[in-house]
Ligand binder design. Structure first.
Ligand code: 3H9
Length: 703
């Protein structure tokens, strides 16, 4: 028997325990081990029922994602074949689902005749998040169990549902009273089934899964969702597979599902999303910091500044059950901040996401103060005051006086020099940047900015606490704008310059949204505030090079008080939330072009794409070369989670690899020669890009 399986027989019941840490991912070896254990139990006349379970409790997180795109993914025994064989065993097979059954893990459970969960069990088919569809029966067996519409919703959302909901839907037959009794109660169930000579597979709950659906359900569903799905492939394949479940007998449906799955697996979108999956896990690993480095304990947090940002930051911690002291200078500002937080929670209550009791419990963890002395026992202090160096340094000097030794002192600056802030205190090793994105209680990304002096345990503790509050933390070194905003700078500069050369904001934005970005650059700037971006440019003039045309249109719009969405005008004109092209902006661009002697012409979409995105990518490669980003995949995560870059393109670095580094370099060089002095100045290929291409490398890595 393989070391991947624990097998025992107890009075007619065979226990097959999966033991491939950490999550029982169904690699070829584990599949083979499960199959052989099940065959052994099937062939043993003493065995009357079989219980499949996770040897360490956790049942199974699905197929081994690392195998996709390699021959191992379908190496024999393939998952679909393994599950088909399990479903054919003529003895009851019970899945005892500890902790979770996801993707292929749930499909394994669905191939069993019976399923028992524990109170904390979560189940789901999250394949869609990997650009896949369930490929081992999920799209065929689930509709036959819970009906086509419920199955479709579960698969399309990728949602992980809790045990009670799974039981109500009919995915779980029973729930154990407590996790520790799961196996015992699964055994009781097995013995009941044996006693009643229950069939190996109970009759299907929904043999005709589409029975209750109106005519034309699939066509109209597709039509309704088309615009939301944009250019994503996987949802369309899911729909086709579930439709097949409604039209075809099981075996034919399974064959159809498999061919759709292989189409998804081979797609560049799935490749990109799998890259993102592993990138997220990799981001937490920091070279030269041992995973077992002792961490500082964080039991109490303080946030300075009760504005939108400070309030949002505070919410993250109380949501995770960590008490927060919120400090403001004036009582009125503090009250406003606390009221805003309560209002935010009340919106969640209205949406049914929180109960009134939960809100009270969270508000109880939140304390307001006007007195720095009250921060004396905080383990982590996060400053979220006005973005000005002198003010931040003043706050840090005060913190240096009042905070206990060993407290982590964090700044939420988005563009200031963390090292300069650290220099204002006597303990720079305790200072770190925590760049939350707005709204801070919603956005998942957190740039963790490691200063020159930041102590390893401060960095490691911060990464751990970020995980605890549900953030995706990415480490950045200190430079203007860190990873995200530094890359935003050339991207937005190029977009603004294109307006002077003849493009319109809507044309530029359309190229970007058609690629899959959540928002075009001009809509984004209107949302962020044209004036806010102007002030950031002013404050950081020294950090960025300039030419006469540099962000001129943004500067002029600020002078004209066209501050963006909030003032009803910016790069666009707004009627409520409705965005419209504004001829005045085009006229302004024409005037500036004339003034700056820039000849206007029709700019094609490809040029917009290449100039905006390749400047963004080039900067990312430069950041990697400088060591600001630890790895290319970290840059991808920043742009996907902070700036709406489509995950199905894998982030800007992965996208560049897909397009080919040679093409990126050639295009940058082309504009360098075509755009005259402007091209000479800005289109400078990152040295690392040149080195990678010269060496024939296809992946972006430090080299
Ligand atoms: C599928 O099933 C397709 C089938 O329908 C059809 C096939 C034909 N594979 O996230 P964590 C690793 S598609 C390989 O840090 P957590 C992960 O990389 C699959 N590895 O922990 C990490 O490794 P490392 C559908 C996996 O507690 C370690 O486990 N299933 C897999 O925060 C710990 O992971 C999914 O999409 C896997 N399937 O979260 C579920 N899962 O330590 C994907 C995990 O070396 N997984 N690893 O970095 C998850 O959602 C989360 O990992 C999970 C645990 C909730 C399980």
């Amino acid at each position: 028997m393989s070391e991947l399986i624990q097998y025992r027989l107890e009075d007619g019941v065979a226990f097959v325990g999966l033991c491939r840490a950490p999550v029982n991912a169904l690699s070829q070896r584990l599949r083979a081990a499960i199959l052989s254990a099940c065959e052994r139990a099937a062939a043993d006349a003493e065995v009357k029922a079989i219980i499949l379970h996770g040897a360490d409790g956790l049942f199974c997180a699905g197929a081994d994602i690392a195998e996709f795109g390699t021959d191992a993914a379908f190496a024999e025994p393939s998952l679909p074949d393994t599950l088909m064989r399990i479903s054919e065993i003529d003895k009851p097979v019970i899945a005892a689902i500890g902790k979770l059954a996801l993707g292929g893990g749930l499909e394994l459970a669905l191939a069993c005749g019976y399923r028992v969960g524990e109170p904390g069990t979560r189940v789901g088919l999250p394949e869609i998040n990997l650009g896949l569809l369930p490929g081992a029966g999920g799209t065929q067996r689930l509709p036959r169990l819970i009906g086509a519409e419920s199955a479709l919703n579960l698969i399309l959302s990728g949602e992980q549902i809790d045990a009670e909901r799974a039981r109500l839907l009919g995915i779980l037959d029973r729930l154990a009273s407590e996790a520790k009794h799961l196996l015992d109660e699964a055994e009781t169930y097995a013995r009941e089934l044996i006693a009643m000579s229950a069939p190996a597979l109970p009759p299907e709950h929904c043999p005709r899964p589409a029975e209750d659906l109106p005519d034309g359900f699939f066509a109209s569903f597709r039509e309704r969702q088309e615009s939301l799905w944009k250019n994503r492939l996987a949802p369309r394949l899911v729909l086709a597979a579930v439709e097949a479940a409604c039209l075809l007998p099981l075996r034919e449906g399974l064959a159809r599902e498999l061919s759709l799955f292989k189409q998804a697996e081979a797609s560049s979108q799935s490749q990109a999303l799998r890259h993102v999956f592993f990138a997220e896990r990799e981001a937490g690993r920091i070279p030269n910091i041992a995973p077992d480095l002792p961490l500082r304990s964080i039991r109490k947090v303080a946030v300075i500044g009760a504005g939108t940002m400070g309030g949002g930051i505070a919410m993250n911690f109380v949501n995770a059950g960590i008490p927060v002291m919120l400090l403001e200078q004036q009582g009125a500002a503090l009250d406003r901040g606390l009221t805003m937080i309560r209002k935010n929670y009340e919106i969640s209550v209205k949406r049914g996401k929180l109960s009134a009791d939960q809100v009270e419990a969270r508000m109880e963890l939140l304390h307001g103060t006007l007195d720095y002395a009250e921060l004396a026992d905080a383990d982590l202090v996060i400053e979220a005051v006005f973005e000005k160096m002198e003010i931040k340094q003043q706050v840090f000097r005060t913190l240096d006086r009042v905070c206990k030794p060993g407290a982590i002192l964090a700044t939420n600056t988005s563009s200031l020099d963390v090292d300069a802030i650290a220099m204002s205190v006597s303990r720079p090793q305790d200072v770190i940047g925590l760049h939350f994105f707005s709204p801070a209680n919603v956005m998942r990304l957190l740039e963790v900015v490691r200063g020159k002096a930041t102590a390893p345990d401060v960095l490691a503790t911060t990464m751990a606490i970020a995980k605890r509050i549900g953030k995706l933390a990415v480490v950045s070194g200190v430079c203007f704008g860190f990873i995200g905003n530094r890359m935003l700078e050339p991207y937005s500069r190029e977009a603004q310059r294109l307006l002077l050369e003849g493009a319109t904001p809507a044309q530029v934005d359309k190229v970007l949204t058609e690629l899959g970005l959540n928002m075009g650059i001009f809509s984004m700037q209107d949302l962020a505030g044209v004036d806010v971006l102007y002030l950031i440019r002013q404050a950081n003039q020294a950090a960025t090079a300039h030419d006469e045309s540099y962000c001129r249109i943004g500067d002029e719009l600020t002078v004209l008080k066209r501050h963006g969405q909030k003032s009803g005008r910016g790069f666009y004109r707004y009627e409520g939330r409705e965005r419209q092209e504004d001829p005045e902006v085009v006229a302004l661009a024409e005037r500036l072009s004339q003034e700056l002697n820039i000849s206007r012409r029709a700019v094609c979409d490809e040029e917009i794409h290449d100039r905006c995105l390749f400047m963004l990518i080039n900067e990312g490669i430069q950041l990697l070369d400088e060591g600001i980003a630890l790895r290319a995949s970290d840059i991808d995560l920043v742009w996907i989670n902070g700036y709406g870059f489509p995950a199905h393109l894998g982030g800007p670095m992965h996208y560049a690899e897909q397009l080919g580094l040679e093409r990126v370099l050639a295009s940058i060089q082309r504009y360098r020669s075509e755009l005259g002095a402007y091209g000479e100045m800005w289109f400078q290929p990152a040295p690392l890009l040149k080195r990678l291409v010269a060496a024939g490398k296809t992946r972006i890595e430090r080299f």
